[in-house]
Write a protein that binds this ligand. Sequence first.
Ligand code: UDX
Length: 445
Amino acid sequence: MRLSVIGCGYLGAVHSACMAELGHDVVGIDIDPAKVDGLNAAEPPFFEPGLPQLLSSSIASGRLRFSTDMADAAGSSVHFVAVGTPQKRNENGADLSHVYAAIDALIPHLRPGDVVVGKSTVPVGTARALAEKISLQCPEATLVWNPEFLREGFAVQDTLAPDRLVYGLPEQDNGAQLLLDEVYAKALADGQPRLLMDYETAELVKVSANAFLATKISFINAMAEVCEASGADVSLLADAIGHDARIGRKFLNAGLGFGGGCLPKDIRAFMARAGELGADQALTFLREVDSINMRRRSRMVDLTREVCGGSLLGQRIAVLGLAFKPNSDDVRDSPALSVAAQLQLQGASVTASDPQAVPNASKRFPDLNYTNSIEEAVRGADAVLVLTEWEQYRGIDPQWLAGLVSRAAVVDGRNCLDAQTWREAGWTYRALGRPKVPAMAPVVA
Ligand code: UDX
């Protein structure tokens, strides 16, 4: 099938490459010439495992190309809209200007029978408004809302083999569902569930899934606060409650909390939209979810001050991890970067490292010292902070590290190190939601 993908940021670039990998003929369209040139050279402007290889093979086969010209969308039968919906400046709501600009630019190139597929995360009600706009100017084109659930770091896998497909359809779909089934024929043949619904429900599926995930993380971080107050251990608690299949252990990792380009802005936009709909009371708990999440960052700064003997002034702090999560170079609303910057602002001298995110972090906070080497980051440090749970950091040998620092104190912001091993190697080990001194060594059954 011939497909166009409008917007080649994180979502659109991955979607374009994956659709081409599935055998479709794809043109990705973006207004940014530098991004388009990079993608045509199989060099995405962000780190995503597996994506460069996919781009290379599909571009070489002739099934994939990128362009700045919307006219190149003409001739495709399905047009995916994958532009960003960032948080508005100084407001909680989502900025939909890119979505409207993309639709306005696409409409003149639509042919009767074409299907426009919305993938961007939008406030409920947007799809119906866009469908009306499209039907006024091209009555024989149909809009489907098909939210995306990909996780950074696993974006290729999540797009090629999604755990579910959601189609938000109009009352009369004019064959749009069948056309989209053809696009996703492989996933459907593999037995992935496909759920059909109205526009509003499809839009809400996406934001409510993200709200649920954010709530789960903040729930365990709230328990971490209670554990800190009572001397209990949140890691043991999470393991124990996670055995209940109704609760599940996934997304119960206590630590610095959530960040990135989706969860924080999506829960805020959701609250703002609920307010516009007069349903604000239903989502007041998300305000608390957001507050718990932000409090973890301040607690991390306090814990660091504590291991430094009460003051951060002049302390040399090594920060390992800047990305909002491992396998990503994304520092948007990154808890790690926010803690690193706070420490520096409070008088510490921070040297930070990350396997991928140093270039992005140094653009946002040029005042920190950056290095690509763990060794350089920790040399002479008064405290080592692990703020993103990269495999490289989980596997650090504490004996080796102890020989490089000036004080063997580690603060584990992601509960990703083995406390006992580090303590046995002579380190003061502190972590969010865990006692200063373990009450008893955990017994593994
Ligand atoms: C999220 C959703 O998972 C995805 O379905 C949606 O399409 C986009 O938003 P992503 O932003 O890639 O994906 O990150 P995710 O893996 O969900 O992690 C979000 C944040 O939560 C990260 O900062 C991560 O470190 C944190 N997190 C995750 C925790 O603090 N604890 C956990 O147990 C899990």
